[in-house]
Write a protein that binds this ligand. Sequence first.
Ligand code: ADP
Ligand code: ZN
Length: 703
Amino acid sequence: MLENARKILKKYYGYENFRKGQEEIISSILNKKDTFAIMPTGAGKSICFQIPALLLEGLTIVISPLISLMKDQVDALDSIGIKATYVNSSLDAREVQERIDQAKNGEYKLLYVAPERLQSWEFCALLKTITISLVAVDEAHCVSQWGHDFRPSYRAITELINQLPNRPIVGAFTATATEQVKEDVVKLLSLKNENVYVTGFDRENLTFSVMRGMNKKDFIMNYIQDNKEEVGIIYASTRKEVESIYESLHRKGYAVGKYHAGLNPTERKESQEAFLYDDLKIIVATNAFGMGIDKSNVRYVIHYNIPKNMEAYYQEAGRAGRDGEPSECILLFAAQDILMQKFLMSQTYLSPEREKNEYKKLQLMVDYCHTTKCLRKYILEYFGEEKVVDTCGNCSTCNDDSELEDITIDAQKIFSCIYRMKERFGTSLVAQVLKGSKNKKVLQFGFNTLSTYGIMKEYTEKELKDRMNILIAEGYLGLTEGQYPIVKLQKKAGAVLKSQEKVLQKVQKKREKVVKDHTLFEILRVLRKDISTREKVPPYIIFADSTLREMGEYCPIDQESILRIKGVGEEKLRKYGDEFLRVIRAYVEENGIIGKEIKEEKEEKIPSHMITFNMYKEGKSLEEIAKEREVKILTINNHIIRCASEGLEVDLYDFIPKHYENIILEKIDEIGAEKLKPIKESLPEEVSYLAIQAVLCKYKIMG
Ligand code: ADP
Ligand code: ZN
């Protein structure tokens, strides 16, 4: 049974291996057990119900909370040759009827449905006429009021299941693992003797960072400047902030969009689409954005403000790097934002019990921003994982190579100024006094007579406010609640004023960016964009970034080798294979690149170059081998050179015309061995690429 699942994984999705948990979940469903799978965002839940859908008889109903998510998944399935459709409020009654009829005729394996539909008696009556083998509840936490996206209509799911003539297998999928939610899902979806799978919550490819008290705008501007080419999301907690960040980036000419509940539905839709199609690289948004965003190539998610709890944070941050490529999740912390979250909370009506719960969760979110522990460990333990290693080597705690700067004197000046101003003003006025401003308010209160007046002239007011924000973030200063927060000295500041303690501030070293050759990747990205425009589907549905990156790295030049690239299945090969191969071949020829053998993921498979080697040992010529294996001669040449370099018995003189050996060597000396093409061009026509490669290999010259 699993053998078939594996075949589907390869044939349709183009993946060689299952990820952690997928195999167990699929086989549990295929064994007809109710199954509850808890996996983090981006871990690959969809495959866990899509593959069983193909293997089980009859239809699989997928309950999915958002229209955009449904359409996206159906498009993605369509692109790999799997028959699926959806029913939601965007269709009229006739279209619904039509799709149901087609489903009845077995034209689809998967039918995506919005939960609200299930509240319609007529619709459920229609469903009763179809053989339904599996009901997969995506985002199952929506059934629980303890989750972060409670949807009352999810409660209708059980009713539907109870009405069906044959009880289907029920699968529930979510990324939320708190106890309350887990209990609710099992209870409210009436799972029977269910198997529960909680895969690790870790997302290894994500780097987590917290930045405290820094000037956030400056940080964003610098970060985007350094990562111009990348796709990212910036989350802020209010519309006003979204607008302001958007404006700053827009003014600089970046391809940026915005998204919040204050925009009309058309504007929102446009922003979202443009982002999905890579026309916008950056989107600045409130948390209204993202549910149902399956875009796989998001390279960074920056939180401009803290979210209300860790669940929300991990879900939003988890939208980075779904394709498994290294991506960054950065949280910018300012103490003022806690007040904002409390304010937002006070605006929603909650029962006292839930309110208490929400405050507790917010506190744990704040603790994340202050922890000296490995951030990944903090997150994983929050989600209930045990025996987590102490350091991950991939978060701002573990990677901390910052130097500490002693800012005690500055801190003392600031504290004593606040003290002398009787702790009755906000950071702006304190900064003005320290700067020695002749502002009306300063003079009116007589602050120009204070001993601290103008003692920090050398700084700008903005720099002084930035410093105070750091001291707030580190707990030396506190802010009162309200529209005009007042700075107050905290206990920690007293010890500093008495010179009993020092204040050390981290100075982040500028990170070196690793420069890699992205040329082919960029070329392929352009091709993908052209196809996307032509076929009106988002680029990532055609191929994920990770797939293009592998192509860029391994330069596959024939069907066999491109099929080994992760994310290239048979349907994609049929649809796009020729176009991509043509571009890669042109690039390879242009630059005289030696194709690299694609890593074999499965050990038991015989590596392709070894098959070539065995045939060579049988006495076949390279041309014959190429013909027999139906691959390009270039590939076979590369195989044989690789065998030789790995120390296998290959007589390189078969390929090097004797009288040219020295001439080739001289040219290599003269031109260098980085690229083959210039060497080839400087030699007579009859000297082949293979001859040059053979010489390089024989003298162990690295290209
Ligand atoms: P989730 O629903 O858990 O957030 P998805 O189902 O959207 O995650 O999967 C995230 C990404 O991982 C998708 O691009 C998907 O194609 C990819 N993926 C899933 N399973 C595998 C696998 N076994 N090997 C490689 N990539 C996978
Ligand atoms: Zn760490």
